[in-house]
Design a protein around this ligand. Sequence first.
Ligand SMILES: [Zn+2]
Ligand SMILES: [Zn+2]
Length: 452
Amino acid sequence: MVSLTFYGGANEIGGNKILLEDKGAKIYLDFGESFDFGDEYFYEFLSPRSANGLEVFFEFGLMPKVPRLYSKSLLEFTDLKYEKSDIDAVLISHSHSDHVGHLQFLDESIPVYMGHGTHKIIEIYTKLYSSLSDIGEHEQLRFFKSGDRIKVKHLEIEPIHVEHSIPGAYGFIVHTSKGAIVYTGDLRLHGPKSSMTREFLKKAAAAKPYAMLCEGTRMGGDEEHNNTEEEVEAMVEAVINKSKGMVFANFSMSNVDRFMSFYRATVKNKRKLVVDTKFAYILDNLKDKISGLPDVRTDPNIRVYYRLSKSCKFDKMDYTPWEREYWNKKITYKELAKTQKKFVMHITFYKLMELVYIQPKNADYIYSQSEHFLEGEENKGQKTVLDNWMHHFNVGFHKAHCSGHASRQDIEEIVKTIKPKLLIPMHTQNAEDFRQFHENVLIPEKEKKIEI
Ligand SMILES: [Zn+2]
Ligand SMILES: [Zn+2]
């Protein structure tokens, strides 16, 4: 008998945490944190501290009281007794927090499997942002690559690379006692490495799965995001080409495909791409893992932005040792302010203060991430502040983005190619819509064990 219990990822976008049980074998598919995790009880600085354990989360029912799962130290002030774990493996599809965020709570003795790239990204981010828990340090880490076969008791799991908006993403084929179950993770078909997703589809179809857990982030249908990454690059190139001043760009630092789109569009327009020291560190540390990524230390098309710091004199010793690594690529607001038309600068919302020093003239700003931020009611305050900054400096506002997730049409193609007997929607708020192209859809509910 095979069963699934969704501790996250059922009727919600993200938070995947799915227990698969089969004849005494127990594995989790991802171990993520929901995007709205804790929103009802925590607010800005009213949030758990490092001294707090799971008692804080149990109090509000934010984490399920599952025995033999959590680490001993985190259970100390709870009424759940620590017992040796009975989980055989946790399989991680990719490094987004809605897939890895709760690894921090896991018992250290549980083997966690992830791709090399995923581990590298986690390592980079925990070094740069001390507020993130050190999930890359788990005692029982095991790495896989596409095409491996992982044995967990009688189960066999095949990780196969897929394309998503972060490098190193995988889907899984789990061979159970009842046949193959396919787990898509997060994936898309419209990016530059879609051949990886195609390979996954081919292998998944060949496994003749009796069930498939399929992501459906975009089942709601958002037609305007239906660009390919290539089209995004063309849009970016056009904005840069027309701009009479500096071009600011806001996109996720972990989205390497987007970085490459901006990089190429910048070079074609004979400008230089400016990234801050954190972004430089990320690129520098990913270059061994990702072919074609420019070397931030030597590439003449990239400059590294150093913010005004302690001495106010741009003294090298003002910066941390890892920041100093890029000193030969240093650029400051002074040079940028003088020759604005020569640059495209990556800038996130929280770094807008630099505009006060740069004093942009005739500048443009390309917003290149999820529209969720621009449209969501909960982000209204932040959006107003962004608008005010754009208005104050008279900056032209542009959008250029495509999603990391398959469009509705592509989900249909994925389902029809893989042809599972049973279709289980996950990572979606539109699970019912899957019935439109499959006759046997099972919609999971949170924490309800389902036999399949
Ligand atoms: Zn996700
Ligand atoms: Zn993702």
